[in-house]
Design a protein around this ligand. Structure first.
Ligand SMILES: [Zn+2]
Length: 341
């Protein structure tokens, strides 16, 4: 059937052939220029919400300076440097907005790197660096202050010394043991704290004995002094509550005292732990040095999970581009080298 049509294709003029090709391409791989334009406008408005300021020096003395590859460029009259809407964002230097949007869609869906690389026809290392550049950029937004009843509990992940996911996938052979994958028997404590408005912190608190000081280091700065802390009966939390002068309701899970006075419990954080573990399975053991990035990613998805998919994508894209962020591939490489050393 298609061969018949293809035969007739040869009777068309070169121009008609190209027009047909474009029409078929649009049918098969539709691009939505209007959607992209809208998103780019939203990014620009959010990035420059306080006025058009130079992304290099902050000066407001900025003028439009022509277009390069169909994108508006600006020139700073103070430092003399030029920039565009995407300079110093995770997507600077990449020319295909459709790919960024698709990439962020796949992050909202939680795709693994091999799947992303295949779907977007990009190299797996490009997919890797985009992921971490986006996550580092998102993390600059930090955490909200937790107020009211704050549940907190830790869960454990196995330590993994493996390098980036790319190297790991190449090196691993069938039947190789865990030691070769760089997974140790050490456990990493991940502390999750959540208030009843859904504000959530999830952070790597390190290996070894999990003490009040570690708890303080990861969540201490984000708990309002008037908050009421709900935890299990572990002494580290008792000590932590004392240190911070927080009201404290320890719940004894072992004695089946699951809910105190009808409201004090840690079931929301424990459910969060379960969803987190399930979500992490697909990555087959995340390198410990990137654990915080994944925790932030999952937390982001959890907070936005009741929004429509399109809205989640838009928020992630805008938030990743909102602040000027110069995390480059080289910086991620250096961080990797340093942590491995
Ligand atoms: Zn400047």
């Amino acid at each position: 059937m298609w061969l018949d049509i293809y035969e007739e294709f040869n009777e068309l003029s070169k121009e008609e052939q190209l027009a047909l090709f474009e029409a078929m391409k649009q049918d098969l791989y539709p691009v939505e220029p209007e959607k992209i334009t809208k998103l780019l406008n939203s990014i620009r408005e959010s990035r420059f919400s306080a006025g058009m300021a130079c992304v290099h020096c902050g000066s407001m003395s900025v003028k439009r300076n022509g277009k390069y590859r169909s994108r508006q460029r600006y020139l700073c009259k103070d430092c003399g440097k030029t920039f565009n809407d995407m300079t110093n964002t995770p997507f600077s230097g990449s020319r295909y907005p459709e790919k960024w949007v698709k990439y962020v869609e796949m992050m909202v869906e939680g795709y693994t790197l091999p799947k992303i690389a295949k779907r977007l026809k990009i190299h797996i290392s490009t997919a890797f660096y985009w992921r971490h550049k986006i996550l580092y950029a998102l993390e600059t937004h930090g955490f909200n202050l937790l107020t009211g009843i704050v549940e907190s509990d830790e869960t454990f992940f196995r330590e993994s010394m493996k390098g980036s996911e790319i190297a790991h996938r190449k090196a691993k052979k069938r039947g190789e043991k865990d030691e070769k994958r760089g997974i140790s028997n050490q456990k990493i404590a991940v502390v999750v704290a959540q208030d009843r408005n859904g504000n959530t912190i999830a952070r790597n608190a390190g290996t070894g004995r999990f003490k009040a000081e570690e708890t303080d280091a990861v969540i201490g700065g984000y708990i309002h002094p008037t908050a009421l802390l709900c935890t299990d009966t572990a002494t580290n939390y008792k000590k932590f509550a004392k240190m911070k002068k927080l009201q404290h309701e320890p719940v004894n899970e072992r004695q089946k005292q699951r809910v105190k006075k009808g409201i004090y419990h840690i079931q929301h954080v424990n459910n969060f732990h379960n969803r987190l573990k399930k979500w992490m399975e697909r990555f087959q053991g995340v390198a410990t040095k990137y654990l915080d990035n994944y925790l932030y990613w999952f937390r982001w998805l959890e907070i936005g999970k009741n929004l429509a998919f399109e809205k989640q994508v838009e928020q992630m894209l805008i938030s990743a581009c909102q602040k000027s962020n110069k995390t480059t591939v080289n910086m991620i490489r250096c961080a990797e080298a340093k942590k491995t050393a």
